[in-house]
Write a protein that binds this ligand. Structure first.
Ligand SMILES: [Zn+2]
Length: 369
C-alpha cells in the first residue's frame, strides 16, 4: 500500500496482510478477498489484518472474531510474533474441501442420466513466527492504526503535529520530527516563544517552511528559500533564533530584509537570550551562562538588557541604545568579530531607530509578563 497525504504530499508505504480464517473462507465460497481491502472490510470477516512497515516490522493489526474486533499492538520490543523477516519459521496449513453439486443430462426432453460432480478445493495458508533477535526500533505507531477497532480508515499521521504545522520535509526521519517537536514544545512553554510560534504560523497562513538538520554546519535561516537549517545539538534556543528570523522576514519586503540583516540579528539574538535565560538549565556554571559571559556576541547581547527590557521598553531612551547598536555595526566591533564580519551579508540599516529594530519583541511580548 502507498498512502499519500493530499495536504502535504507525503507518502507512506506499508504492507497489509489479510489472513481470513477457515470458516470465513468457506462462507465466502473460497473468495475471501472479494469484500475486503484496505478501505473496505466485510462485517462478517473472521481472521487477521496485519500491517507491517516496508522493512517488515510489525506495526499493528486487528483480529476479527465473529463481529468482535481486537487490536494487536506491537510490544515494546516490536511484536516479534508478527515480524516479516528472514530467520523466521514458516507455518503452513492445508485445507481441502469437496464442492459437489448434482447434474442431470437430458436428451430430446428425456432425462438420460443423473449424477454428482465434485470439485476438490485446495487451500494453503502460510504465516511466519520469528525469533526475538533483531527486534530493535519498534516501528512508529500512529500511521495505519485503526481507531477504536471499527472498520474505519486509518487515522492521519500523529507524528509531530506542532512541528508539521509550520515545517515541511518529506525526507526527514520520524525521530528527527520527534526531536523537532520536543524543541517546539519547549519553545511554546515560554510565553514569548508561544507568541512567536503562533504569529509565525499565522504569517505562514497554511504554508510551511522547509526544515532540515545539518551535520557540521551552524543553524541558519535562508530568506530566499524560506528554510531553516538546524545544527545537530537539539537545542531549542537555536531553533528559537531561526524561527524568530522567519517571523521577522514576514514583516519585511524582498528588498528591506536583505538590507537590514544585521538589525535582525540584534533582535534575534536578544530574543534568544531572553528565552534561554528563563530556562531552568541556564544557571551559573552552565555552558550557556558561560557563553554569554565569555564570547564576543554573548557579551554584546547580554549588554542589551541594560538598554531594553524583556518587553521592548527602552530603559535609557532611544539615543543611548541607538548609539550602542551603531557601534556594534562597525567593522571590528564585538558583533562583527563574533561572526558577522561580512558587511555584504550582514547589512546594517542605520536609518532604523532602536525601537524599530526591536519592534517584533515589543509586539510579540505584549501579552507576556
Ligand atoms: Zn541569526
Amino acid at each position: 500500500m502507498i498512502r499519500k497525504n493530499r495536504e502535504t504530499g507525503e507518502t507512506v508505504g506499508f504492507l497489509m496482510t489479510l489472513i481470513p480464517n477457515l470458516s470465513y473462507i468457506e462462507s465466502t465460497h473460497f473468495d475471501p478477498f472479494k469484500k475486503n481491502s484496505y478501505t473496505e472490510r466485510d462485517k462478517k470477516l473472521n481472521g487477521y489484518v496485519l500491517y507491517h512497515d516496508m522493512d517488515g516490522n510489525f506495526v499493528n493489526g486487528w483480529m476479527y472474531d465473529n463481529g468482535h474486533i481486537y487490536a494487536i499492538n506491537p510490544t515494546e520490543e516490536g511484536n516479534t510474533e508478527f515480524q516479516l523477516r528472514s530467520g523466521c519459521n514458516w507455518y503452513t496449513i492445508e485445507y481441502s474441501t469437496w464442492d459437489c453439486h448434482p447434474t442431470a443430462e437430458w436428451e430430446s426432453g428425456v432425462l438420460t442420466g443423473i449424477g454428482v460432480v465434485c470439485q476438490k478445493n485446495h487451500i494453503e495458508m502460510t504465516w511466519s513466527s520469528c525469533s526475538m533477535e533483531d527486534s530493535s526500533g519498534a516501528p512508529p505507531a500512529g500511521d495505519i492504526i485503526l481507531p477504536g477497532g471499527v472498520n474505519n480508515l486509518p487515522t492521519p499521521s500523529s507524528v509531530a503535529p506542532q512541528a508539521k504545522r509550520i515545517f515541511r520535509n518529506s525526507n526527514m526521519a520520524i525521530d528527527r520530527w520527534n526531536s523537532l517537536e520536543n524543541m517546539i514544545n519547549k519553545i511554546i512553554s515560554d510565553c514569548l516563544g508561544m507568541s512567536m510560534y503562533n504569529a509565525l504560523a499565522s504569517a505562514l497562513n497554511g504554508k510551511t517552511l522547509i526544515i532540515e538538520f545539518v551535520n557540521g554546519n551552524p543553524s541558519g535561516f535562508t530568506y530566499t528559500s524560506s528554510s531553516i537549517s538546524l545544527d545537530m545539538s537539539g537545542e531549542s534556543n537555536r531553533l528559537f533564533h531561526e524561527m524568530w528570523h522567519a517571523y521577522q522576514s514576514y514583516q519585511e519586503t524582498a528588498s528591506s530584509y536583505p538590507s537590514s540583516t544585521l538589525n535582525h540579528e540584534f533582535e534575534s539574538w536578544y530574543a534568544q537570550y531572553l528565552y534561554i535565560s528563563r530556562l531552568p538549565e541556564y544557571k551559573i556554571g552552565s555552558k550557556w551562562y558561560d557563553w554569554y559571559y565569555h564570547s564576543k556576541i554573548g557579551l554584546a547581547v547580554q549588554k542589551f538588557k541594560t538598554f531594553i527590557d524583556a518587553k521592548g521598553n527602552l530603559l535609557q531612551g532611544e539615543s543611548a541604545f541607538k548609539d550602542y547598536l551603531d557601534k556594534l555595526s562597525l567593522p571590528g566591533s564585538d558583533f562583527r568579530n563574533g561572526g558577522y564580519q561580512s558587511t555584504l551579508l550582514y547589512q546594517y540599516d542605520g536609518n532604523r531607530t532602536a525601537a524599530y529594530d526591536f519592534k517584533n519583541l515589543t509586539n510579540l511580548s505584549k501579552n507576556c509578563q
